[in-house]
Design a protein around this ligand. Structure first.
Ligand code: NAP
Length: 242
C-alpha cells in the first residue's frame, strides 16, 4: 500500500470549476483518483486540466441536490468544497443572505454527507469525507454573520459525523483554509486597508494560493490518514498560531 496514493479511488468534488475546488480536483487526480466535478456551472477549465474527469450539474442552493447522485456510482471520496459568502453589517443583514449561505455552506454539506454515507453503508465499505471549513470556523470575522455561523457549523458537523461514522471506516475530516486568493476573497483584496491588515498578520508573509490547500485534502483522503477522524487541519500560513 502506498501511503499517499489514491489509485483506484473515485472522488466527487463540489464547486470545482475554479479556486480551491479546482486545485483539489487536480491534486486528487494527480494522486491517482478518478474525479467528478459537481457544480452549478460547467467546470470547463478544470475538465481541460484533468483527462477523464466527469462534469456533473448540481446546484447546492437545494440542500438535497445530491440525494440521488451516489447510488451505484461507486464513490470512495467526497470533498464538500462549494461555498458562498455574503457581506453586510449585521444590523442590515437580510434573511435571504442568511438562508442562501446556510443552505449552500451547511445544510447541503450535511445532506450530501448523509447521501454518500448511505451508499457506503449499503455496500459495507469505508470512504473519506473532507469538508472545507474556514478560519471563521474558529474566529468571528466581521460583516459575514451567516458565513461565520455556517463555517462554525461545518466544524461541529465534521466532528459529529466522525464520531458516528469512524467505526464504519469512514474518515470525516475538514481543512480550514486561511486567506486564499480566489473569487471568495476578491472584495477583501480590493479594499487596500483590509488587504494590508490581513497580510500584515499572516506569518508566512503572503496570501495563500488554491494549490496550498490541495495537498492536505489528498492526505486526508489517503491511507496515510486512516486513523485521522474529526480533525480540522488549518492551512493558513500560520494565521491561527499568531
Ligand atoms: P470560489 O472560487 O468562489 O469557489 C466557490 C465554488 O463553489 C465555485 O465552484 C462555485 O461555483 C461553487 N458554488 C457556489 N454556490 C454553489 C451552488 N449553489 N451549487 C454548486 N456550487 C456552488 O471560492 P473559493 O475560495 O475557492 O471557495 C471554496 C471553498 O473554500 C468555500 O467553501 C469557501 O467558503 C472556502 N474558503 C475559502 C477561503 C478563501 O480565502 N478563499 C478561506 C476559507 C474557506 P460557481 O462558480 O458556479 O459559483
Amino acid at each position: 500500500m502506498r501511503l499517499f496514493s489514491l489509485e483506484g479511488r473515485k472522488a466527487l468534488v463540489t464547486g470545482a470549476n475554479a479556486g480551491i475546488g479546482q486545485a483539489i480536483a487536480v491534486a486528487l487526480a494527480e494522486a491517482g483518483a478518478s474525479v467528478t466535478l459537481a457544480g452549478r456551472t460547467p467546470a470547463t477549465e478544470t475538465l481541460a486540466m484533468i483527462p477523464g474527469a466527469t462534469d456533473l450539474r448540481l446546484d447546492f442552493s437545494d440542500p438535497m441536490a445530491a440525494k440521488d447522485v451516489f447510488g451505484s456510482a461507486g464513490y470512495d471520496i467526497l470533498v464538500n468544497n462549494a461555498g458562498i459568502i455574503r457581506r453586510a453589517d449585521s444590523l442590515d443583514f437580510s434573511e435571504d443572505d442568511w438562508d442562501a449561505v446556510m443552505d449552500v455552506n451547511l445544510k447541503s454539506v450535511f445532506f450530501t454527507c448523509q447521501a454518500f454515507a448511505h451508499e457506503l453503508a449499503a455496500k459495507e465499505k469505508g470512504g473519506a469525507i473532507v469538508n472545507i471549513a474556514s478560519l471563521l470556523s474558529f474566529q468571528g470575522g466581521i460583516r459575514v454573520p451567516s458565513y461565520t455561523a455556517s463555517k462554525h457549523g461545518v466544524a461541529g458537523l465534521t466532528k459529529l459525523l466522525a464520531n458516528e461514522w469512524a467505526s464504519r471506516g469512514i474518515n470525516v475530516n475538514a481543512v480550514a483554509p486561511g486567506y486564499i486568493e480566489t473569487n471568495n476573497t476578491a472584495a477583501l483584496r480590493a479594499d487596500p486597508d483590509r488587504s494590508k491588515a490581513i497580510l500584515d498578520r499572516i506569518p508566512a508573509g503572503r496570501w495563500g494560493a488554491p494549490e496550498d490547500i490541495a495537498g492536505s485534502v489528498v492526505y486526508l483522503c489517503s491511507p496515510a490518514a486512516a486513523y485521522v477522524h474529526g480533525a480540522i487541519l488549518n492551512v493558513d500560513g500560520g494565521w491561527l498560531a499568531r
